[in-house]
Design a protein around this ligand. Structure first.
Ligand SMILES: *Cc1c(COP(=O)(O)O)cnc(C)c1O
Length: 379
């Protein structure tokens, strides 16, 4: 059996080596390392793939979130609601811009932001909601869009984990994640579903004016050379990363299909096993792209399982071990523990198993066998 990796970038590269190497070689030949033609081509190709009017590439997914919030003109003291159970980047940029993060609990089934909790957290200062399509599964965009419309709030989708997922609205409309809200961000960090070979990110919007504002913000607030109209940042996707992404974008659907197939195989292996809750996909076939395959372990000791898997050469991850509302940087006296019942339980129960495009049947069977053996023995 091949050695099991949490994410197998090497295995994936073997299959696309020729295209990727040729694509990178073109950049080397032209030496247009910044803002080369690859960046513009990738931008156009991603716009087409997502069905969104504007893609603005930038340096990473965290910048993308920050720039999105700057573009919307949010001001210090404005409240931005986001999930307690996610990667810290989301809350970090809110705080960095001196906006007020308002963390709320998540849904126990999907682990995505809970629309009822959003409603309860709205005040006259609330300006935006940031749903994260966590682990690759679409957040409840019907409910979130309704709430936003009702209270005149912006919706900023953090699509770092969900690229390629399709949300089906109650009226049957299908829209790719990242093309639903007022604006969205994504990350091309190597392990993401569409990853480059370094850092990268992008902002998406259908709003022409907002897109124009943002194109200036990513470039030092310049709309005309050496005229700085607003305070901006320097955030660029470099040409080599764009070249890698151009080679990989045509494969994204195939990659996501491979992830879904691996998830189905894991699901079958864990079917009916007491103490193991497999991921629950609440939307249609394409509503989850399995950035992570995350189990909820009841009964048995989750940390013991992590250790047992590691002893058996199975890497795994705990995303995320600490709720954001209990992180030192984001403590706020307004938070009450009883408002975070779901997140407080999840941080003790979740475990993410190896999930990538190169997992084979033998590896999945071995991983599932070890998980079951531990849970059987310990619960
Ligand atoms: C990865 C990730 C980010 C940050 O992306 P970087 O490119 O690492 O800055 C933001 N939000 C979520 C949910 C992520 O998973």
């Amino acid at each position: 059996m091949r050695k099991i990796q949490m994410v197998d970038l090497k295995g994936q590269y073997e299959f696309i080596r020729d295209t990727v190497d040729r694509s990178i070689a073109e950049v080397m030949d032209t030496t247009a390392f910044i803002n080369g033609p690859q960046v513009h081509s990738f931008q156009k190709e991603l716009e087409e793939y997502l069905g969104v009017k504007h893609v603005i590439p930038c340096a990473n997914g965290t910048d993308a979130l920050q720039i999105a919030m700057m573009g919307l003109g949010l001001e210090p003291g404005d409240e931005v609601i986001t999930a307690d159970f996610t990667f810290a980047a989301t809350v970090e940029v809110i705080a960095l811009l001196r906006l007020t993060p308002v963390l709320v609990d998540v849904d126990p089934v999907t682990f995505n932001i809970d629309p009822e909790a959003i409603r309860k957290a709205i005040t006259p200062r609330t300006k935006a909601i940031v749903p994260v399509h966590l682990f690759g599964q679409c957040a409840d965009m019907d409910a979130i869009t309704d709430i936003a419309r009702e209270h005149k709030l912006y919706v900023i989708e953090d699509n770092a984990q969900g690229i390629g997922a399709v949300y089906t609205f109650k009226d049957g409309r299908k829209v790719k994640t990242g093309a639903i809200g007022d604006i969205a961000s994504t990350s091309f960090f190597p392990s993401k579903n569409l990853g480059c070979y370094g850092d990268g990110g992008a902002i998406f919007t259908n709003n022409d004016e907002l897109a124009h504002t943002i194109r200036g913000i990513v470039n030092h607030g310049m709309y005309e050379r050496y005229h700085h109209d607003v305070v901006g940042v320097n955030s660029r996707l470099d040409s080599i990363q764009a070249a890698v992404l151009r080679a990989k974008l045509p494969l994204l659907d195939t990659y996501n299909e491979k992830r879904k197939e691996a998830a189905r195989k894991y699901n079958r292996a864990f079917e009916g096993v007491p103490g193991i809750q497999t991921p629950v996909q609440t939307g249609g076939e394409d509503s989850h792209v399995y950035h992570q395959y995350t189990l909820k372990i009841g009964g048995a000791d989750r940390d013991g399982l992590v250790q047992y898997l590691n002893e058996n050469d199975i890497p795994c991850g705990v995303y995320y071990p600490i709720p954001l509302h209990r992180q030192k940087a984001y403590l706020d006296e307004r938070y009450r523990e009883e408002d975070f019942e779901v997140t407080n339980a999840l941080v003790k129960e979740v475990i993410s198993l190896p999930m990538h495009t190169e997992l084979d049947d033998e590896q999945i069977a071995y991983i599932a066998g070890k998980v079951k053996a531990y849970v059987d023995r310990e619960s």
